[in-house]
Design a protein around this ligand. Structure first.
Ligand code: UDP
Length: 414
């Protein structure tokens, strides 16, 4: 296990950007946790929503006086092959889980659990990857409460994978999901819903001065920021459907001259499919000078891209929450997204973007054209999007929900 680097955060700084009452409310909510030690465990420190969330949650909790640590698992490629299969199975597709995969999973989770030697009252295991640590952790921390924080889209899991995960989840004290529709598939003794959120202070989301924006635009040459741009920022992953986005872009381009598509993606450390999907996307786009496939952008460049795009797309086939949607809306960029997972929580159809069925490529193209041809509508949608995120999807609100859930678990446990 290893500890990722964390930025400095003070809860007071959120008052000016969100709502002046948040710091006081959060201090009150955190009081019952002042004597408590909380450990978060996840499987990667970079790339993807979970790392993005923990990078902000953990330092702000510390600032609130809650002793909080974040440990990241050390694991092998075979382990990540197995856990990506579990992730895909929970989201509804994939091949059967083999005995070899199960035994790799158990061996690696057990080895990681054996390395935990701190004193913790509450352990939050994020996603399916660290779930198997429970066996060993129950022995090492007999007085602790265990929470499973599930970030994946549990709308329609394959039964075999759900059964595998449920054998662990039943033994947790509590589970937290990102959307109420997922609760039906979680067999923990109690569940709650916490919608994720963006951190407006993070490099990826903070305000950008013109000099920095110009420098970042230059670094993204040959993209022309004087011509219309549609962008999707996602890990290269089958569920993010970059191929569908490409098809929709090609239809939209017939009606919008000079249109460009930027597909920016990273390779999360725990995602073995990334390179293969990236290579397929890059090959498909290779002969098209208006399609730009960018990898591993620094956060400030993602920030500028989400800001400068005329429309952001998130054409996912499944999506636990989809932080990228709120990231774009926060920057006043309208979003065209699929009606899957957490996306409809964020996009208000016809107010800050458009919602389209996950298989409806022509529908995505029509929505893109409507927005690209109407600058006033883009500006109005952008203002609505900023407001939506400020009210519902910024870090202090998520922290308030999380702290409430954790306090309830501890009270009940004791
Ligand atoms: N991200 C990034 N660079 C990329 C692709 C993604 O920084 O090239 C970030 C993105 O900005 C967001 C997170 O990774 O903060 C993805 O979170 P989301 O909830 O949208 O999807 P997940 O990857 O967790 O399925």
């Amino acid at each position: 296990m290893h500890t990722p680097p964390l930025p400095d955060r003070s809860v007071e700084t959120y008052a000016a950007i969100t709502d002046p009452e948040w710091p006081e409310r959060l201090r009150t909510l955190a009081k019952p946790l002042s004597e408590v030690g909380i450990l978060h465990v996840s499987s990667t420190a970079t790339g993807g929503g979970v790392a993005e969330l923990l990078r902000s949650i953990v330092p702000v909790c510390r600032d609130l006086g809650v002793r909080s640590d974040w440990l990241v698992m050390d694991a092998t490629d075979e382990f990540f092959e197995a856990t990506k299969a579990i992730h895909n199975g929970l989201q509804g597709s994939g091949d059967p889980l083999t005995e070899a995969m199960k035994s790799t999973y158990r061996a690696v989770t057990e080895r990681n659990a054996a390395e935990i030697d701190g004193r913790y009252d509450l352990v939050v295991l994020h996603d399916p990857q660290p779930l198997g640590m429970l066996d060993r952790l129950e022995d090492r921390l007999p007085a602790a409460a265990f929470v499973w924080r599930c970030h994946v889209d549990l709308t329609d899991p394959l039964p075999e994978y759900l059964a595998f995960v449920s054998d662990y989840v039943r033994r947790f004290d509590h589970a937290i999901v990102s959307r109420s529709a997922y609760e039906a598939n979680v067999e923990a003794p109690s569940t709650s819903v916490v919608h994720p959120s963006i951190d407006p202070l993070a490099e990826k989301n903070r305000a950008v001065d013109e000099g920095t924006a110009t420098a970042e635009r230059d670094r993204m040459a040959p993209i022309s920021f004087d011509d219309p741009i549609v962008a999707q920022v996602s890990r290269f992953d089958p569920w993010k459907d970059q191929f569908g986005t490409l098809e929709a872009f090609r239809l939209a381009r017939e009606q919008v001259s000079g249109l460009q598509l930027v597909l920016a993606g990273g390779m999360a450390g725990d995602d073995p499919e990334g390179v293969e999907i990236y290579e397929r996307v890059a090959r498909t786009a290779a002969d098209d000078p208006d399609v730009h496939v960018l990898t591993d952008l620094p956060d400030m460049r993602v920030n500028v891209l989400q800001r400068e795009a005329d429309v952001v797309v998130q054409k996912s086939l499944r999506e636990g929450f989809g932080l990228v949607v709120s990231e774009a809306l926060w920057k006043r960029t309208p979003v065209v997204g699929s009606t899957v997972g957490g996306i409809p929580l964020q996009i208000e159809h016809g107010r800050n973007g458009y919602l389209v069925g996950p298989e409806d490529v022509p529908g995505v193209a029509t929505s893109l054209v409507a927005l690209l041809e109407n600058e006033d509508q883009r500006a109005a949608f952008g203002a609505n999007g900023r407001k939506r995120v400020r009210e519902r999807f910024v870090l202090p609100r998520q922290l308030a929900d999380l702290l409430e859930a954790l306090v309830t678990v501890l009270r009940r446990d004791r």
